[in-house]
Ligand binder design. Structure first.
Ligand code: GLU
Ligand code: MG
Length: 458
């Protein structure tokens, strides 16, 4: 057995007692397919050590899963019913899920039967990107903001949102104060460190932001957070949705905040570049800016993603960057005077809850890393509402709308040498095949029907 799996088995043995004391009886091993659906295989706690040694079987076709549970094929890469992977839990990331007594969630990596990391494993892709940055002396702190909706199906076939606003209001909070407190309590006990929570703008919508952590731990956290929201909502008779459009005209985003560090210094603060950026901080954001149209196919991978990703929805539909510009795809946040060296960060807005968090984080960081490698510089920042500028001026300043459909995004991805190189051929080609197939399934479907299709699948 290789040293990595040996270390996992040792770490699993160490955690067994503590998990049993916390009342854990079963472990749900969670992985995410290319369509962004969280899938799981469960084991009794007793099997944990064994699972880290020999893994849990999974067909390779899950790398080809579509958002409707069908599978496509990627000839020459993954096709047909043959082939097995081993899901290997990462014991360090196991978290007991507060509102699911007796259950814990474990992140997993996908290994081959020979004990090697599989080339199509999303979490291993993210690890490679993080390791590449580390080899350059750079580390990243990452945090998602989660928007989600609660609602329920009515006997007459209609759907009822959990609140009807007003947005951000005390009315919506008081209506759900018990549920909101249950959520905050659960996140805190799970170690998620809530930064803030609020009823969001549109019907049924809420938001929670949690504290930054390393990118892999942050991607793992997405799974824990989603299950927690679903399980708490269920106690109150509400179904949770992280779909990009659920109720009303504004969507659910999953904005990603990043800061880049070298030798304990935040590369986004204290420099001579625009907005106080240091050289590598600027190059990282410039790399993101360069490759964002392709990255969007990974961060907004569903047909319905593009109903959210529209100008004037604060969803980041316009390719530009600006300080505190909420219509810019890349919103630079300097933070309060006195705390900037810690808090300055870039918010990447075109991301939603249908994305695989490992692929989304990996694609974003790979684009930033390529910017650093190429020593890129940023264009001038945008302070105005970018989509209200005359077209000529937008063209002159290099401001454009990001892809407005999955079909467009997929073509940008297909042409991206940055993402192909970072993902490797197998992951890149299988992912691309699923996005093309998903696009073909839903092309031409009306927004209302798409919303209905995906409301309870994310
Ligand atoms: N709901 C918006 C989105 O789809 C974000 C609103 C906000 O800035 O919090 O991204
Ligand atoms: Mg929000």
């Amino acid at each position: 057995m290789n040293a990595e799996l040996e270390a996992r088995a040792a770490s699993a043995r160490e955690r067994m007692g503590e998990l049993a004391d916390a009342g854990v009886e079963a472990v749900a091993c969670g992985f995410v397919d290319p369509a962004g659906i969280v899938r799981t295989k469960c084991i009794p706690l007793r099997r944990l050590v064994e699972a880290t040694r020999s893994g849990i079987g999974l067909s390779t076709v899950f790398a080809l899963a579509l958002s409707n549970d069908e599978f496509t094929s990627a000839p020459g890469y993954v096709e047909g019913p043959s082939g097995d992977l081993r899901l290997v839990p990462d014991p360090g990331g196991i978290v007991p899920v507060e509102p699911m007594p007796g259950w814990a969630w474990a992140p997993v990596d996908q290994f081959t039967q020979e004990g090697e990391r599989w080339a199509g494993c999303p979490r291993s892709f993210l690890r490679r990107v993080v390791d590449d940055l580390a080899a350059r002396g750079l580390t990243v702190r990452a945090a998602f903001e989660f928007e989600f909706s609660f609602g329920r199906d009515m006997p007459d076939g209609s759907v009822e949102p959990a609140h009807r606003g007003p947005g951000y209001s005390d009315i919506a909070l008081v209506q759900h104060h018990d549920l909101a407190l249950d959520l905050i309590r659960a996140f805190e006990r799970e170690g998620l460190e809530v930064q803030q929570f609020h009823p969001e703008y549109t019907d049924g919508q809420f938001e929670v932001s949690i504290a930054p952590r390393d990118p892999i731990a942050m991607a793992d956290t997405v799974l824990v957070l989603k299950q927690t929201v679903r399980a708490v909502g269920r106690k109150y008779g509400w179904r949770a949705s992280f779909s990009p459009r659920t109720f009303g005209p504004v969507g659910n985003g999953m904005h990603l905040h990043l800061s880049l560090w070298r030798d304990g210094l935040n590369e986004f603060s204290g420099g001579d570049g625009p907005a106080g950026l240091r050289r590598e901080g600027e190059a990282f954001i410039a790399g993101l800016h360069r490759d964002l149209p392709a990255v969007v196919a990974v961060t907004c991978p569903n047909t319905l993603s593009y109903s959210r990703l529209q100008p004037h929805h604060w969803s980041g539909a316009m390719l530009c960057w600006g300080q505190e510009n909420r219509e810019a795809a890349l919103r630079f946040i300097q933070g309060m005077a006195g705390t900037r060296s810690q808090s300055a960060n870039i918010e990447v807005k075109p991301i939603d809850g249908t994305s695989n968090p490992y692929l989304a984080m990996g694609a974003v960081l790979a684009a930033g890393a390529a910017g650093v490698a190429d020593g890129l510089e940023l264009p001038d920042p945008t302070t105005e509402d970018p989509s209200s500028l005359p077209e000529e001026e937008r063209t002159h300043r290099g401001i454009r709308q990001l892809p407005s459909s999955l079909a467009e995004a997929v073509e940008e991805l297909a042409a991206s040498s940055t993402l192909r190189a970072a993902m490797g051929d197998l992951l890149f080609e299988t992912f691309l095949a699923t996005r093309r197939a998903d696009e073909a399934q839903y092309a031409g479907m009306e927004e209302e029907e798409l919303t209905r299709q995906f409301r309870w699948r994310y």
